[in-house]
Design a protein around this ligand. Structure first.
Ligand code: SF4
Length: 396
């Protein structure tokens, strides 16, 4: 496991761009996406460029951008020419750091090697590949359009194109995963020596096809103990291979942690562009409408799109700080805790929930820092909620 020292966090900011198109909607997907409409790409990109521009004029504080993350959805459905327009627009309207990371999410279907070479040439520095599994049976039951051959082809081609900073998404913990097929996948992933792996257990969100048409939610609930056990086996295998857990779902070779993730977890500002994109700047959260038509209509009329805006209250800031920081292996420094929550070290350590988790060995304490242990990290969300509840009572 990592030592107690978190990565440096100079004042910096990030940009997230949401591309709402997908080849087919997966039965577990709860993201704001819709089936690909190539005829809308032009409208989408021109509205997006307008949003980048208007936000720069109205909200941008001038902080250097260290990460541009193009996610979705399936951004790899966009042409290289459209991606160039987006990246160039960001560079034109924002102060970008010399070594800005430019990440792009790619799904394996339909990707040809020439596309990946072109991405490398236009300055994409990191690829996040939505592999999920190399097992055709699992991919089919997940409703994915790609197969294991597509997975092999895209990872080989990405490495041939010169990408070294590659994330592979790994799914586990579905009703059709076993310990055997999960670990076979882990070995296939490791064979590529990726810099980063995001490992997600399936969650069945309300309103998705899995929620409506299957009883997977109940099956997952019943198997929760076995899913935690398999996660511990995955974690130990990845860490044995030099890819370390740094957040409840994310593993990286040292130094290859996602810059975008680190921004989210260090309370940095980030701007969200595209329908349904979220941002947080200057203590305000903003979530764009996910209605594509409303989003693009506003921008084509030179207005920022409708959005839910929320100014973070001290309680929100405290809850968010605990929720985010306790999910990382670095936890937090007591000075930061005080700045974000008003709690002193002594007051925090006296909270009943904190005493309980320390007694249960779910947390480790140093003079200046506090973090969850590997077993505590598996319960991070519940632990953070319990601590928040106690802290709220203290300040009520
Ligand atoms: S590819 Fe990803 S974003 Fe698109 S539908 Fe599937 S899960 Fe959702």
């Amino acid at each position: 496991m990592y030592n107690f020292t978190p990565p440096p966090s100079d004042k910096c900011a990030g940009i997230y761009i949401h591309v709402p198109f997908c080849t087919k909607i997966c039965p577990f997907c709860s993201f704001p996406v819709f089936r690909n409409r190539p005829d809308l790409h032009e409208t989408y990109v021109s509205a997006l460029l307008k949003e980048i521009e208007l936000t720069s004029a109205q909200r941008y504080a001038g902080t250097p951008i260290t990460s541009l993350y193009i996610g979705g959805g399936t951004p790899s459905l966009l042409s290289v020419e459209n991606l160039v327009r987006i990246v160039n627009h960001v560079t034109k309207y924002y102060r970008v750091a010399d070594r800005m990371t430019v990440s792009l999410e790619c799904n394996p279907e339909g990707i040809v090697p020439e596309y990946l070479y072109a991405l490398k040439n236009i300055g994409i520095t990191r690829l996040s590949l939505g592999i999920q599994s190399f097992d055709d049976g699992i991919l089919h039951r997940l409703g994915r359009v790609h197969n294991s051959e597509d997975c092999t082809r895209i990872v080989d081609a990405a490495q041939d194109a010169g990408f070294t900073n590659i994330n592979l998404d790994l799914m586990y913990g579905t009703p059709f995963h076993t310990a055997d097929n999960t670990m076979r996948d882990v070995e296939r992933f490791l064979a590529y020596r990726p810099a980063h792996i995001s490992a997600y257990a399936l969650t069945v969100e309300p309103g998705t096809r899995f929620a409506v048409k299957t009883d997977y939610a109940r099956q997952i609930e019943q198997q929760s103990g076995a899913i935690s056990e398999i996660f511990a086996v995955i974690r130990d295998r990845l860490q044995g291979a030099g890819i370390y857990l740094y957040e409840v779902s994310n593993f990286a070779a040292p130094g290859a942690e996602s810059v975008q993730n680190l921004l989210y977890w260090t309370d940095a500002d980030y701007y969200g562009f595209g329908p349904g994109a979220h941002g947080k700047t200057g203590g305000q959260r903003r979530a764009n409408t996910s209605n594509f038509r409303l989003w693009q209509q506003a921008l084509h009329a030179d207005r920022l799109p409708p959005a839910d805006e929320e100014t973070l209250t001290p309680d929100n800031r405290r809850d968010e700080f605990l929720m985010i920081r306790l999910r990382t292996v670095w936890g937090f420094d007591f000075d930061e805790l005080h700045t974000h929550t008003g709690l002193t070290r002594e007051a925090f350590l006296a909270l009943p929930a904190v005493q309980t988790i320390l007694r249960a060995d779910y947390a480790e304490l140093r003079v200046h820092r506090f973090r969850l242990t590997p077993s505590g990290l598996m319960l991070a969300d519940r632990i953070a909620a319990d601590i928040s509840c106690d802290a709220a009572r203290l300040t009520a």
